[in-house]
Design a protein around this ligand. Structure first.
Ligand SMILES: Nc1nc2c(ncn2[C@@H]2O[C@H](COP(=O)(O)OP(=O)(O)OP(=O)(O)O)[C@@H](O)[C@H]2O)c(=O)[nH]1
Length: 358
């Protein structure tokens, strides 16, 4: 072994971490384009590339592996790479999901204990309810309103079949709690169906993305058909926007509403009966009642604002009304809020998944 002196050749100079080119530090998919997800069917996503832009086109995408188990749902704004041409047989990849403004979850059930997101970025929940045949169920409406408010969405009540029953009672019940109400009736005519009140509905949807919900038979298909002609076929949905294929699964589909002043979408949710209310945050619900939210600032910390909540400022507010008329109005308002709050428990009846409250 040569005994030599230590010199600078013995010093190993390693490039610092910062100077090494690292893939992760490069902007990922800088060439990505933006798209709107309109439907999901067995791992394939119908998307609209450059929505409302000069190059708007329909395409099909799959989820990139890097997104892992993150769900992509109708209403999602996404970044896509790959073949985004939309040509026959083309397939792009969704590499990013934009931050969601709102999320609507469907209720967990026995077979699936998780409340899954079904729609993203909707502004409004449209609760389609028949005035008769089938009879309206206010408990179901309350649950939907609570879900909408909790998701920070507006609630719109579309009352159908006004030719069969008077809407006054339901209008009187929901209009005072900030729920916009539209009344329609469909009439058979030679050329198909005329839906009276359709223009009111279209105006209430204009410029927004609205999720339509309703039980079977309430006339939801009749409304969607009138708003977006040619959408439905007997065997399933052919998406006019995506243009291709048949959408027979029970997941939500976004449809563009023509004849409006600003881009307008309805998202139909076949088979969705109810929404996730297990984690309703009283503060979110309260946010939909600006006057009550202000009063509730004086509540004790952690106040649930429920009827049995001790020292709830809402009760003091009602009790301290200057006159009888004001007291009646305040009582109605607090009761409406509490009804929505209680609807997560199934309107007084214990929910199968939740213990009854004392
Ligand atoms: N009298 C009356 N009948 C209506 C009205 N709107 C729809 N209907 C009828 O109600 C029934 C149900 O209407 P649909 O539009 O199929 O209802 P849906 O909510 O889509 O129900 P599903 O198709 O079962 O999901 C049909 O027989 C319609 O003709 C209405 O305004 N007045």
């Amino acid at each position: 072994m040569v005994n030599r002196r230590y010199d600078e050749r013995d010093v190993r100079i390693r490039p610092g971490r910062g100077s090494r080119p690292r893939t992760k530090q490069r902007p990922e998919h800088a060439d990505a384009e933006t798209a709107l997800v309109t439907a999901v069917d067995r791992g394939r996503y119908s998307i609209l590339v450059d929505p409302d832009g000069p190059d708007e086109r329909v395409a099909v995408a799959m989820k990139a592996r890097e997104l892992g188990r993150n769900r992509v749902v109708p209403g999602d704004r996404v970044d896509i790479v790959g073949d985004t041409s939309g040509d026959d047989g083309s397939l792009s990849r969704i590499v990013r999901i934009a931050e969601r403004r709102t999320v609507l979850r469907r209720t967990a059930d026995d077979t699936d204990p998780v409340e899954r997101i079904i729609v993203a970025n909707a502004d409004q929940l449209v609760i389609v309810t028949a005035l008769a045949d089938p009879e309206p169920r206010t408990r179901m409406i309350d649950r939907c309103v609570a879900a909408a408010y909790d998701a920070r969405m507006d609630a719109l009540l579309a009352l159908t079949k006004a030719d069969l029953a008077d809407p006054a009672e339901l209008v009187g019940m929901y209009a005072p709690i900030g729920v916009e109400v539209v009344v329609t009736s469909a009439e058979k005519s030679e050329g198909g169906r005329i839906v009276h009140g359709l223009e009111d509905l279209r105006a209430a949807l204009d410029g927004k993305t609205s999720v339509l919900v309703g039980h079977s038979g309430v006339g939801k298909s009749t409304l969607v058909n009138a708003l977006v002609p040619g959408t439905y076929r007997a065997v399933g949905i052919v998406n006019d926007v995506t243009g291709r294929g048949r959408h027979t699964s029970s997941s939500a589909v976004a449809l563009r509403v023509p004849g409006t002043s600003a881009p307008t979408w309805v998202i139909d949710t076949p088979g969705v009966r109810s929404f996730g209310l297990a984690h309703v945050d009283p503060q979110h619900l309260l946010g939909a009642f600006a006057d009550l939210a202000e009063v509730a600032q004086a509540c004790p910390r952690g106040c649930t604002h429920a009827a049995d909540a001790p020292d709830c400022a809402l009760d003091e507010w009602v009790a301290g009304s200057p006159d009888e008329t004001t007291q009646a109005a305040r009582t109605a308002r607090v009761e409406s809020f509490r009804r929505l709050l209680a609807s997560r428990l199934g309107s007084g009846e214990p929910d199968s998944r939740e213990p009854a409250r004392p």
